[in-house]
Structures are given as structure tokens and as C-alpha cells.
Design a protein around this ligand. Structure first.
Ligand code: SF4
Ligand code: SF4
Length: 448
């Protein structure tokens, strides 16, 4: 199945060595026959709450959140489950009515083991239609940042807290902010779906992000393909849509665009929409829209899922067959293997179930250099993995931060190592370390 939609053009290592690093910066290398038509042709389907949910009590291992609920407590939608020890930052809010029956640890992809509140669920929070008429310009940057923190928004692009990204961008004096709906992975369409269905809210969220971080240049980026181009407007809420086309990967083009404008940040469509709803309607981010697809999924589509639902239950709703040998969270190429017990977490946008058991087996790195050969931004992922094993993140941080998460290194690795997952972990750790370092010097939001 995999060989049909994907054509890989590999370069021998010797040839690659002779090419300049810049060549890789402009060289997407895979032709993908996109598999989004099915999911994009359907409405977003809201799922009923699970009987039991496992809500992660923080979004990263470095986030110092303390549980505010105990075993036996009754919870209601939007009640705080955990909050920052320092008082500054985002809480985790409950998506459910129910009762806390335990606190357990689960492995969250590219993050590690996180404590989760096991909740016996009675019902879930409902999303309300847009009922706000206020304009984004009516809000001050302080009001936007407060709402962003309170709502506990996680950006699906990188799993980071949105308020932290905006505060960093503000401190760094950047110029631009873009909604990144460049979903070039094979099946993933949650971001495009959000843009098609809630484009106005996404645009207003983008304007709010720009106000909060003093970023005057604002635009929306999508991956262009004839099968869905007509469904995407030329602009949303007055903000232009830029289309990137060509071979996989494409999201590095957005980064180059932002650099050309004097530097900027990209945020996900769901994070932008959540920001709009947090500011104007005081809504907490308790759900995520997830593409469920793959050759074992009968009812592929985009589902509105409460955080904490086990992945196995999500697959059950989507009619996944028992033949699924591999479940990938985050996409087919970029994805990381998970189990049916893994809880749906904030920022999860794709669950792909496939029959490829062979992808599971992994042997040690043989140092072939294939991962470095295909990396479109010229990194040496095998070297980064070596450092990850040694725990010396700071030595390779600069490199790992440049990773665009395309997953090509994983795709070509003959040892079947999830190389991109390791690089993503290093990148997240470094960004977290930088955050604490920058906060010490901050005079913008540091005193909040
Ligand atoms: S995922 Fe791998 S190939 Fe892609 S940019 Fe990151 S390190 Fe390079
Ligand atoms: S991580 Fe995989 S692709 Fe990279 S050098 Fe090692 S074996 Fe080769």
C-alpha cells in the first residue's frame, strides 16, 4: 500500500556529500499521492464522551503543574484539573462531568510519561456556536494573553503552549505570524478541515495572535492540490491565503517565507481558532479535531474528540478493523507509534491505523547516513539521536530546533528507527530549556 502513493528519490551518500547544504534547503524529494479526498468530503463529526478518560495533567515534562483534584473528587466541564505551581501559565481544564478515580502515567508521543487523571465520565462539555460580535481589534494584548493562558491552549504544530510562543515572539521583535495549514502528510486533513469550516474564526484568532505578539504581517498558508484547491478561499477575514505546491515536504517553505519577512512564527489552525474562542467566549480548549484514517479504517474522517479519550475508542468509533497492526499518532509519515491505551492529548491532529507490522521492528543505528542525506534542512538526525541517548541536549539544540518535522529521516531509515520522533523530543526539550532561560531575562511578560 505504501509503495503506491509514495515515490522516493534517494540520493547516494557520496553524491549528497558533494552537494552544497543549500541544495537540501530547497529540495523537496517525495511525490505523494494525497489521500485526503475522503476525509475532506465529510462533515466534522463530534464523538460522544468515553466511559473512562485519561486527561494529561501537563503538556510537557518540564511544565510544573500541580494537580488540583484528588481521587474521589467530582469534576465538571472546564473545572481546573492542574495548575502552574508558580501561578503563571496555563491550567489543564476538564472536558467532562465525572469523578476522578485515579492518577496514572501514560506515554505521550514525543513528550514521555505524563501523569493523567483517570475520570469516570458522565458527560462532556459542549461547544457552542459562534455568538460573538466583538472585533479582534477591540481587545488589548494583555486581555488576549490572559485569555490564552486561562484557556490552556496547546498549539498543534509543536505541542507547545500558545501563550509561551506568543510571549517569545513578542520579546524577540519578530514581524510576522502565519496560520500553518500546510498539511502535506498523506492522510492528515484536520487543519484544512478547520479552515474550510471555521475560516472566519481562524482568521480572527490569527489577528488576535498578531496583536498579542506585535506581529503586523499576517497570512494563512496551505498546501495546494487540485483535489481541494477550490474548497479553499483566496482569503479569510481579509487575510490572504498562500498556497505552496510541489513535492513533499512543503512546510519548510513557510519558514523561509516568514524569515524573508523579518522573522515570524507559525501557529496551527486549531490553536488560532481556540484563541479566538477563548478571547471572545471564554471557552477552554478541551477538545481536538483529529483525522482518523488508514487502510484499516472503515469510516475515515475528521472527528471532534474530547481530550482524554483512549485512542482505541476513537478508532472504534471510526470503524477500525482488528487487522490494524500499527497505530500512528500525528500522521502517516510524521507519526509516532502509539497503543490503543494512549489518551488523546491536546494538539493531536491525526490517528492513522495501518497494516504495516514491519514498521514496528527496530534495530540499532547502523550509521548509514540515509537520514542526513534526505533531511531537507541539512540536519544530521543520527548525530542528534546519539546526543539524545547521552542527554546532552544543549550541544545539539541549534540543529534540532531547525527540524521541520517532515519525517523523511524515519521514512528512509533501514533500521526502522523513529528518527524524527527522537529529533522532535530534543527540539521540544531545548525549546523548554530556552523558555526558562528567556523568562529570567524577560521584561515583557515575565512579571505576570
Ligand atoms: S524530521 Fe528528520 S528529515 Fe525532517 S527536518 Fe527533522 S531531522 Fe530532517
Ligand atoms: S538513524 Fe537510521 S538512517 Fe540514520 S544513520 Fe542510523 S540507521 Fe541510517
Amino acid at each position: 500500500m505504501k509503495s503506491e502513493p509514495i515515490t522516493i528519490i534517494l540520493f547516494g551518500r557520496a553524491v549528497c556529500k558533494r552537494l552544497k547544504k543549500d541544495v537540501f534547503k530547497i529540495m523537496p524529494i517525495i511525490s505523494l499521492k494525497q489521500q485526503k479526498n475522503d476525509t475532506l468530503s465529510k462533515e466534522i463529526k463530534a464523538l460522544p464522551p468515553p466511559k473512562t478518560a485519561y486527561v494529561p495533567l501537563c503538556s510537557s515534562r518540564r511544565e510544573n503543574l500541580v494537580a488540583t483534584v484528588s481521587v474521589g473528587d467530582t469534576v465538571t466541564p472546564f473545572v481546573t484539573l492542574s495548575q502552574p505551581e508558580s501561578g503563571k501559565g496555563s491550567p489543564v481544564n476538564s472536558p467532562f462531568f465525572g469523578k476522578v478515580i485515579s492518577i496514572k502515567k501514560f506515554v505521550i508521543p514525543a513528550v514521555g510519561k505524563l501523569p493523567c487523571a483517570e475520570i469516570e465520565v458522565k458527560n462532556t462539555a459542549e461547544q457552542h456556536p459562534d455568538r460573538e460580535t466583538a472585533k479582534p481589534e477591540d481587545f488589548s494584548k494583555e486581555e488576549i494573553m490572559d485569555a490564552c493562558m486561562r484557556a490552556g491552549i496547546v498549539d498543534e504544530l509543536d505541542g507547545r503552549r500558545l501563550w509561551e510562543k506568543l510571549a517569545e515572539a513578542s520579546r524577540s521583535g519578530l514581524a510576522a505570524v502565519a496560520v500553518d495549514a500546510v498539511e502535506d502528510d498523506l492522510y492528515s486533513s484536520a487543519g484544512l478541515c478547520v479552515l474550510m469550516n471555521y475560516g472566519g474564526e481562524v482568521a480572527k484568532g490569527l489577528i488576535l495572535a498578531g496583536i498579542a505578539a506585535n506581529l503586523a504581517e499576517r497570512f494563512i498558508a496551505v498546501y495546494s492540490d487540485k483535489s481541494w484547491d477550490e474548497k479553499i478561499n483566496e482569503s479569510y477575514g481579509g487575510l490572504p491565503v498562500r498556497r505552496f505546491e510541489g513535492k513533499y515536504p512543503q512546510n519548510h517553505k513557510l519558514r523561509k517565507d516568514l524569515d524573508a519577512k523579518g522573522g515570524g512564527i507559525a501557529i496551527g489552525p486549531q490553536a488560532a481558532r481556540a484563541l479566538y474562542r477563548a478571547v471572545t467566549q471564554n471557552e477552554m480548549q478541551t477538545h481536538t479535531i483529529v483525522t482518523v484514517a488508514g487502510d484499516c479504517v472503515l469510516r475515515s474522517g475528521n472527528y471532534l474528540v474530547p481530550v482524554g479519550m483512549p485512542v482505541g475508542e476513537l478508532l472504534y468509533h471510526a470503524g477500525a478493523s482488528e487487522q490494524a497492526q500499527l497505530i500512528l499518532a500525528g500522521g502517516y509519515i510524521r507519526g509516532i507509534p502509539v497503543t490503543q491505551d494512549t489518551p488523546v492529548y491536546q494538539g493531536l491532529t491525526a490517528v492513522i491505523a495501518v497494516r504495516e507490522a514491519d514498521k514496528k521492528a527496530s534495530v540499532p543505528c547502523i550509521g548509514c547516513g540515509s537520514c542526513a542525506s534526505v533531511c531537507p534542512v541539512g540536519l544530521m538526525p543520527n548525530y542528534i539521536l546519539e546526543q539524545l541517548a547521552g542527554g546532552h541536549y544543549s550541544m545539539v539544540g541549534g540543529d534540532a530546533i531547525g527540524c521541520i518535522g517532515c519525517g523523511l529521516c524515519t521514512l528512509v531509515c533501514p533500521s526502522k528507527i523513529y528518527v524524527s520522533a527522537g529529533v522532535a523530543k530534543v527540539k521540544k526539550e531545548i525549546l523548554e530549556l530556552n523558555k526558562f532561560h528567556m523568562e529570567e531575562r524577560s521584561d515583557v511578560y515575565g512579571k505576570r
